[in-house]
Unconditional design. Structure first.
Length: 187
């Protein structure tokens, strides 16, 4: 407030007023951005709830962190839209990701007549990854999986039972690490 006994300096008042408005606008922007869930953008789900988070290791060496999100519920259910986020701590080539996926699908479900077709669709999704990159597999339908690398969609796979067949690599009780899979599912 200006001193009533002093002449008014309109330039100072305007500068002070403008500064206060800018501060208010910035504060409001920060508040609004904190209200939106970062997981929403990361997962592609409207109201994601994190069920679990784990670190997958190989001989003690951390390879990647995995987080599982379900659409609007706090329990794991294969019928619910979900997203699995893998945040890499090490680099892998597209070929390494493809071979590991093929090996795990074969190990978990044995040979299936359509396995080569599913693998060919998934192979188009993979890219080389470096430490700090994230792949997200978002699935809203039992027969669909969309993959995103660092927020950019790489593919949308449509195949019978695509959700369960692909995500079983991390979520199955028969995965390479049943204990980590259980934690990821929120058990």
């Amino acid at each position: 407030m200006p001193d009533p006994g002093q002449p008014h300096d309109t330039k100072s008042l305007w500068t002070s007023h403008r500064s206060a408005m800018v501060s208010f606008a910035l504060g409001l922007a920060v508040l609004l951005s904190s209200l939106s869930t970062p997981a929403t953008a990361d997962t592609g789900l409207k109201s994601p709830i994190k069920l679990g988070e784990v670190t997958f290791r190989w001989f003690g060496l951390p390879l990647y962190d995995a987080s599982l999100f379900a659409e609007g519920q706090e329990r794991f259910d294969w019928q619910t839209p979900m997203a699995l986020k893998l945040s890499y701590r090490r680099g892998f080539t597209r070929m390494q990701l493809t071979k590991a996926t093929a090996a795990e699908l074969t190990r978990l479900e044995g040979p299936r007549a359509d396995q080569d077709r599913l693998l060919a669709k998934l192979e188009r999704c993979f890219r080389d990854v470096a430490a700090g990159d994230s792949f997200v597999a978002t699935t809203r339908d039992p027969n669909q999986v969309a993959l995103y690398l660092n927020g950019r969609q790489t593919c949308d796979v449509r195949h019978a039972e695509a959700r369960k067949r692909f995500l079983n690599i991390w979520l199955s009780p028969n995965s390479r690490s049943a204990r980590l899979s259980s934690q990821l599912r929120g058990n």
